[in-house]
Design a protein around this ligand. Sequence first.
Ligand SMILES: [Zn+2]
Length: 695
Amino acid sequence: MKTRLFLILFLMNLNMVNAQKNPLLGEFKTPHQTAPFAEIKSEHFLPAFKEAINQGEAEVKAVIENAAEPTFENTIAALDRTGKLLNRTAGIFFNLINAETNDELQKIAQEVSPMLTKYQNDITLNPVLFARIKSVYDKKEELNLNAEDETLLENTYLTFVRQGANLSEADKEKFREISTELAKLTLTFGENVLKETNSYEMHVTDKSRLGGLPESALEAAAAKAKGKKKEGWVFDVTMPSYLPFMKYAEDRELRKELYLAYASKSFKEDELDNQDNVKRIVNLRLEMGKLLGYNNYADYVLERRMAMNPDGVYKLLNDLYDASFPVAQKEKEEVTTFARELGFSDEIMPWDWTYYSERLKVEKFNLDDEMLKPYFELDKVVDGVFGLATELFGITFRPNKNIPVYHEEVVPYDVYDENGHFLSVLYTDFHPRPGKQGGAWMNDFKGQWKENGTDSRPHITIVMNFTRPTETKPALLTFTEVETFMHEFGHALHGMLANSTYSSLSGTNVYRDFVELPSQIMENWAVEKEFLDRFATHYQTGEKIPVELVEKIKASQNYLAGYLSVRQLSFGYLDMAWHTLEKPFQGEVKQFEETAWRKTQIFPVINKACMSTQFGHLFAGGYAAGYYGYKWAEVLDADAFSLFKEKGLFNKEVAASFRKNILEKGGTEHPMILYKRFRGQEPNVDALLERSGMK
Ligand SMILES: [Zn+2]
């Protein structure tokens, strides 16, 4: 008796020591069990990941080896609940990798990534587990599941099936071969484009040829030349160098040279040429789609999208095309007329377009960041954005200094719902630092789920790279930064208001072409005077932002709306053309592209240029059969916001319906069903056309 007690005490001690040693493994004794950053050190992560993976594997094993008949509860729901420690550890780790990284964390990431891939693969490729899932799925009609349970069952089953779980052994092998080859080819594709980008330079030694370029562009080009131990100026085809050159350089020959270098990447019949890679990638994707029982690759991808199938995508593209193309042609005429006035007599070519349209833009709008920044003091913008959430949804924000943070600039908030109940933790992290990635994003440290009658609330973060305060001025944001803040805050609302049972269906865990609705809709308020008047006052005089400025912002946002729309549509058409092929492709890449683009062509065809051979979104990234998503999201946010425009910008009923039907629902039901419940109908392009001045 005594010995046993001793043994138990000994084991308890061991656990305590272990937890003390590694704060990532124990219970978090912080407010809302937030990550205990003060105690976490880099060296804690690797052992924590190993332990968390072991635990996760044991939990999955328990699901697989359950002696009872497979049921929804003991298989589907149980699987969703596995891996909590791993999720918690990964949540902290990957947020730090993005927001406050160092060499040590980067090294750990290299080591951890394959471990996580293996963990995932061991689950989705396990035949016994799939057999259990399938047996539940096959009797789903009899189970009488609610909508969320049904979605979880469908998602779980399809995750396995779409990885080939239903195939014969021979076809499984084929599937693995195709996947492996695709992974290699897409990697090579991207490497070729990168090498082409890095190998090109345009060296200029005669300063008289650089007229029109702003000082900043000249300085950067001179620094680049110096770095290569060269005289003069070096330009290349990376965006920060290329774009200012095309916008401002007066020398047409040099613009043409740089444009052709840019547009002909990996299309030169040399060892970095991607034409064969494009052909092999589209053919392998087609083969994969067919193997899994689809007519083409787009059918396979779009099955898990709000657009549902190629017809859904083409409807959107065509509706927008019909409205945009005539506008684009008018814009081309306007820019051409303007160029004529400046003495240009040739035909406008792609290398002239950016230059003349930019000059016209300056003449028309005369709007720059410095004019707007005094009205967007960061602290007031925070009040404005939080205040909008309070007005729409009744939620409130209180800073909580007791929540640990990973950097002193991070501000943690307790967020409460309209009844004063705790809703979420929100961290804000606004300014650039050496250890922070560029850009802006929302993420969670911890998701939301319900278990055993408890609603476990989320920990959300928004991270930006905004202008810092100076000794004499507070942090003043550009208008783009204000929009970025609104955008990420919209994602944060999706996370904070989540109200699901299963974490894999909660918050932003939705189809990819639906996830930008909550974020983009928020940007609409940013150009509404009624909203801006609440916080956009001059930081020195307190004067409200003038109505003319707001009108100018709107008008300049719509500048070249037709052209830009047609350009995005052309990429969408090209993507769909490649991925709706139903027979292996044997033609010429350039010719195929020209055919796909014929109706969107605004400028003469340039024989040396090819988009497909450098289109990383499609052939090196995850946007195959998904490029339309950019336009889809715009259609959705404009269509959804038009209801607020109609009923009132701060209308509580519309807001409540948006919350109940969209923000709280995450991915628990098909997005089209959720959207129709909010909007009363399917989305259409009218509101977007109206907003962009095309209707
Ligand atoms: Zn976004």
